[in-house]
Design a binder for this molecule. Structure first.
Ligand code: IVH
Length: 706
């Protein structure tokens, strides 16, 4: 018999044995300290992420800490406390939400709409307060669902909806899923043993849009606006679903509190401004940075006008401002009606709703064959944009809303969010309205439409349907895919109709002699187009994968996929199981990817792209190192750049872990400006939170982070 030397020396064995013992029998005091440290770190990371919008940990790091805490708590159940971050996760479904009465009734707000209303309100305030010395606090009016939170001895014990203002529903379990809301706070330090805090549960506009896109892709009707999404989510019976929706919270008032006997009232709790700063200092998501204080109503009016002009810059939907008398003693003197306090008023922004006549419905064929009904209405301005086409999404939406041709419809546009038909005004019907009939055949190729099980969309399943083919080419050439500028909708459609561009690989075999003779195609535009096509061959693999238009594969999934292989054809041998091991790839996406790469026509397309010289190799571009020097930092480029190409600069940022944003918002860290920068620069200056860099400064920054 042959013996092999074992890999452990006796010393190693001794050390490992002791280590194992130590881990098994962690001294209770050590466990408590470790658990406390983990909780502290996780709470800090949540606060940075949800309240400050400045993540400090990569997802994997955060998950690692969370798992460690969970594991320790499982081993030492006696160490679990109600305010541990692990206790946000609830198992199972809520049966229903019990009714609870509010400590103090939740009132509403009186509204004002213009300078005159505000001047009147100010006059009344001075009469009621019996003084001309009033300080006003102005803060955004967040458009979400109101919530009341009760903390006893520093611990969150109850979260409730507004309900009828007197009684609400106990939604504590769902409120705990919102990471911006602290489960505990150092209230006892100030002698506060009970406090009721009011606020608004909101949903980030971007989160809302992503969620709606997903709903549409799944054939579900999208939600009308972030407000509906927030209030609907709060009442979902499955807390884990609530958690997934990424709600946020903003707390704007203290409605009641009690102090330990003998404790003096904290100085901060004498004014509204002081109270919100105080809440913020303890980690509560109060709008401390968004509040402004004024001593004259004219300044308030000026601020309202300025703020309204940049309402879209905030990450959350805002439908106005709230003006509050700052001094609590004055508030008490002024009192309230049964409906609203007399010391506060809402200044409402111009409505983003309008009514218009629905004239007809067009049926559009999408890239994957889904038929989308699009309502054509008489053009109407809503929030500065003229709206004439509105998607009706699918047949179910038409049926649910019972919209008819000839109806007067109420249209809403919430912020950047796409316009939406709220409802038909049935009271205005004349009887002449006609039902919207869904076609049975594809409007482009006349194939019989089919309905996939569990989906609301009707589909044209003819893979050669000319509109689908053109849409696929448009998508492949689009900015986020191969970024072939000048090969936009109109040109693709034109070339396709003329037979010059039969399919995606056809982009690389266009008969330029024929193009040159065409109207609108001079020497220069042909050269530019040729050059853009040539350059696209060097795009990183994730862009190709995204461009192929695989169902359920967006840009992020494309990046995940690209980073998992050496060459795109590696996917030919991947199965659902293997794909499901990748981050964020579930069975639905995995099935779709497997189906795509199994199809002969797709394999043919891929080999034609390769033959044309398109890069199909993963050279690690586009992958975000979580620990890059610019991790968590966001950039945007604007104006004419003369020192580098925008796409190269974006790649440089991403290579260092940073990300590129689509617009200027409070989320943006750096705006790099070239010549003739316009509105984005203005916006960034107004916001005051964005670092504005010249091209040289950007290069310097990148250089410093080598
Ligand atoms: S103070 C006693 N401040 O607007 C009155 N309300 O239209 C307390 N809202 O029910 C309201 N942002 O849900 C206040 N900064 C803010 C607000 C705000 C949004 C909501 C709140 C209220 C509704 C009234």
């Amino acid at each position: 018999m042959q013996y092999f030397a074992v890999m452990y020396t006796p010393q190693d064995e001794k050390r490992l044995y002791e280590q194992a013992k130590a881990l098994l029998n962690v001294d209770a005091a050590d466990v408590a300290t470790t658990i406390e440290l983990l909780r502290e770190t996780i709470n800090y990371a949540d606060w940075k992420y949800y309240v400050q919008s400045e993540p400090v940990l990569a997802d994997v790091e955060y998950d690692g800490l969370y798992k460690k805490l969970k594991h320790l708590e499982e081993q030492y159940p006696e160490q679990v406390t109600a305010d541990s971050p692990t206790q946000r996760v609830a198992m199972g479904l809520s049966e229903r939400f019990p009714a609870v009465s509010h400590l103090v009734p939740m009132l509403s707000l009186d509204n004002t709409y213009n300078a005159e209303d505000l001047t009147d309100w100010d006059r009344k305030c001075r009469e009621l307060a019996e003084t001309d010395e009033i300080t006003y606090c102005v803060e955004p009016k967040y458009d979400g669902a109101s919530v009341s939170l009760v903390y006893d001895d520093g611990k969150l014990v109850r979260g409730a909806t507004r309900g009828d203002g007197v009684m609400g529903e106990d939604i504590t379990i769902n409120v705990k899923q919102i990471k911006a809301i602290p489960l505990s706070a150092q209230l006892l330090k100030y002698g506060v043993n009970q406090i009721e805090i009011r606020g608004e549960i909101v949903i980030h506009k971007k989160v809302f849009e992503t969620y709606n896109k997903q709903r549409i892709a799944e054939g579900l009707a999208p939600l009308a606006n972030p407000r509906n999404a927030a209030s609907g989510t709060l009442r979902i019976l499955d807390p884990s679903e609530v958690r997934k929706r990424g709600l946020n919270a903003i707390l704007y008032s203290i409605s009641d509190y009690t102090l330990e006997p003998g404790t003096p009232r904290p100085e901060e709790l004498k004014t509204h401004y002081g109270s919100l700063q105080w809440l913020y200092s303890m980690g509560f998501p109060a709008p401390a940075r968004e509040m402004k204080v004024f001593t004259h109503i004219d300044e308030v009016i000026k601020f309202c006008a300025e703020f309204e002009a940049r309402r879209d810059d905030l990450p959350f939907e805002v439908d106005g401002l709230v003006i509050k008398v700052n001094d609590y003693a004055l508030q008490d003197r002024m009192g309230m009606t049964s409906h609203h306090p007399r010391w506060a008023v809402a200044y409402k922004f111009k409505a983003r709703q309008a009514t218009s006549k629905l004239r007809r419905v067009e049926f559009q064929v999408g890239r994957v064959g889904a038929i989308t009904p699009v309502a054509k209405i008489d053009p109407v301005p809503i929030g500065g944009v003229t709206v004439s086409s509105i998607s009706l999404f699918n047949e179910d939406v038409i049926r649910e809303k019972d919209v008819r041709i000839g109806d007067t419809v109420l249209v809403e546009r919430a912020g950047d969010v796409i316009p939406y038909i709220v409802k038909p005004l049935t009271e205005l019907r004349t009887g002449e309205e006609e039902p919207i009939l869904f076609p049975t055949n594809c409007p482009a190729c006349d194939s019989l439409l089919e309905k996939v099980q569990d989906e609301a969309a009707w589909r044209c399943i003819n893979i050669n349907c000319p509109v689908q083919v053109a849409e696929r080419i448009i998508h492949f050439a689009s900015k986020d895919a191969m970024d072939i500028r000048s090969l936009g909708n109109a040109n693709v459609q034109k070339f396709h109709d003329l037979g010059l561009l039969p399919d995606i690989p056809g982009i690389y075999h266009i008969d330029w002699d024929r193009v040159k003779g065409m109207e609108g195609f001079g020497e220069k535009s042909v050269t530019n187009l040729k050059q853009a096509i040539e350059q696209s061959k060097q795009q990183p693999l994730f862009r190709v994968i995204f461009g192929l238009g695989i169902r359920h594969v967006g840009e992020t999934t494309a990046k995940t996929l690209a980073s998992a292989v050496a060459h795109i054809t590696d996917f030919y041998s991947w199965d659902i199981e293997k794909l499901s091991t990748l981050d964020d790839i579930g069975p639905k996406v995995a099935t779709s990817v497997v189906d795509f790469f199994a199809r002969e026509e797709n394999k043919r397309m891929i080999s034609m792209l390769e033959a044309a010289g398109v890069n199909l190799i993963n050279d690690h571009r586009g992958q975000k190192p979580a620990d890059g020097a610019l991790a968590g930092k966001t950039f945007l480029f604007t104006g004419t750049l003369s020192h580098f190409k925008r796409s190269d600069a974006e790649t440089m940022v991403e290579a260092k872990g940073g990300s590129i944003l689509g617009g200027v918002s409070t989320k943006l860290n750096y705006l790099v400006v070239g010549d003739d920068a316009g509105s984005k620069l203005e916006k960034a200056k107004k916001l005051g939170t964005v670092n504005i860099l010249t091209e040289q400064e950007f290069l310097q920054l990148i250089g410093d982070h080598q």
